[in-house]
Design a protein around this ligand. Structure first.
Ligand code: PLP
Length: 438
């Protein structure tokens, strides 16, 4: 790319004047205008190329500008760009079949949305309609989206600005050994105590009032928290015992991110509803949805489905989902993500522990890792904003774009990243960390 500073300046100026950016005090941000991308790299208008360890918002699983995926969108655009939900449409029908085909047995229908928040919103409504119950239990340390219901489910500070939010949502603590709420010292103990806490919470709320428990299968933006063995299975048993639906939010962890099609595949858990978005089509066109079990779907055989969207199953979005799934299957993208996690990204990230005093914890699987930085190994006090900014700047200067969330560096490159680039990205992080020791 030929450097074009004037163009870059103009884009910045227009953005500053007219674009409101998510979750940010507008005066404090200086977004970098992007010019293009390919595979696991993107570049700016100055001609600087970055190895992408963010996948944008952890969604470009297939990498930038996959020619077949872009062509599928163009092909659909050239045929019939938009079809209302009341009509049937080939890509929509085939994408729903393909997505349901990846889900556990007995989940055969899909309700399409434009993204993850709407998916969770509709999952809630279906759960309430199906059970005739009202309460929803959601975890602290979770993110479920920014619409009214989804932000109420969210168990972190982004919810605060939207409160009081939707009635009927109760929060509980999920497992997280490094920052255990349960004084646990092993994953086993953490899982068992978290399950007991969930049971107590349900009992205190009145099990007959609880429609659903919603969980991110692997918690994403709140720290890549992989559930300990037995936890998800235990939640499923508890839900079965008390007639509660289990909703798994696979918006961030689905479609290859963890080295499996769905993260739930690692534990063989069968939820009642699965929500997805992001990786389903790598974000080439906005798309999300809910995969619905046969039992829940049957509720809406005779009763109207209480939800709808002009763009439910948009032709361009579903064409891209169908193509993305075909490409991922044919090119072995999910298997590759698993191997990168096992052989390069995972071992390289884990080796940071002990090698640098800032690194308190490293966890993840597939191409879904977090490196948690602390000011002090014993107290585990989170590293300062200043340290995090230094790490970010150190990575960017060396040509790697990291995803910094609170006191963590999330290592979430596209699933198609090469082993060499995964190693190189972590080596860059190691150098940036070494420079950032206060
Ligand atoms: N659920 C999870 C787990 C997410 O990570 C996100 C977004 O980051 C959402 C839901 C919301 O998705 P969207 O931003 O597409 O509404």
């Amino acid at each position: 790319i030929t450097p074009d500073p004037a163009r870059e300046a103009r884009i910045k100026e227009l953005s500053r004047a007219h674009v409101l950016t998510s979750w940010s005090a507008q005066a404090a941000i200086d977004p970098l205008p992007l010019a293009g991308g390919e595979g696991a790299y993107f570049w700016d208008h100055q001609g600087r190329r970055f190895l992408d360890f963010t996948s944008q918002l952890v969604n470009v699983n297939i990498g930038y500008q996959h020619p077949r995926l872009s062509a599928a969108v163009a092909e659909a655009a050239g045929r019939l760009t938009t079809v209302a939900p009341a009509f049937a449409e080939e890509n929509r029908a085939r994408a729903a079949e393909a997505i349901a085909g990846l889900a556990p047995e007995g989940m055969n229908k899909v309700f399409f949305t434009n993204g993850g928040a709407e998916a969770n919103e509709n999952a809630l409504r279906m759960a309430r309609a199906h059970t005739g119950r009202h309460k929803i239990l959601a975890a602290y340390r979770s993110y479920h989206g920014a619409t009214a219901g989804a932000i109420t489910l969210t168990g972190e500070p982004r919810r605060w600005g939207a409160e009081p939010g939707m009635p009927g949502v109760v929060h509980f603590w999920g497992p997280h050994l490094y920052r255990s709420e349960f004084h646990a010292s092993t994953p086993q103990e953490e899982g068992e105590r978290a399950l007991a806490h969930l049971r107590h919470t349900v009992e205190a709320e009145g099990p007959q009032q609880v429609a659903a428990v919603i969980l991110e299968t692997v918690v994403g933006s709140n720290g890549v928290l992989v559930p300990p063995p037995g936890y998800l299975e235990g939640v499923r048993e508890l839900c079965d015992e008390l007639g509660i639906l289990l909703v798994l939010d696979e918006v961030m962890c689905g479609f290859g991110r963890t080295g499996a099609w769905f993260a739930l595949d690692h534990w063989g858990v069968r939820p009642d509803l699965v929500t997805f978005a992001k990786g389903v089509n790598s974000g080439y066109v906005p798309l999300g949805g809910v995969i619905v079990s046969d039992a829940v779907a049957a509720t809406f055989d005779e009763r109207p489905l209480p939800g709808g969207l002009t763009y439910s199953g948009h032709a361009l979005a579903t064409a891209s989902a169908l193509a993305a799934i075909e490409i991922m299957r044919e090119e072995g993208v999910v298997e590759h993500a698993a191997q990168v996690g096992e052989r390069s990204l995972g071992p390289a990230a884990t080796a940071l522990l002990g090698a640098n005093p800032l690194v308190g914890d490293v966890r993840g699987l597939g191409v879904f890792w977090a490196v948690e930085l602390v000011a002090d190994q014993t107290s585990r006090q989170p590293a300062s904003g200043e340290t995090m900014r230094a790490v970010q700047a150190g990575c960017v200067r060396r040509g790697m774009w990291p995803l910094i969330v609170a006191n963590r560096v999330h290592l979430v490159p596209p699933c198609v990243i090469s082993h060499e680039d995964a190693d190189r990205g972590v080596a860059i992080l190691a150098d940036a960390l070494a420079d950032a020791i206060p």
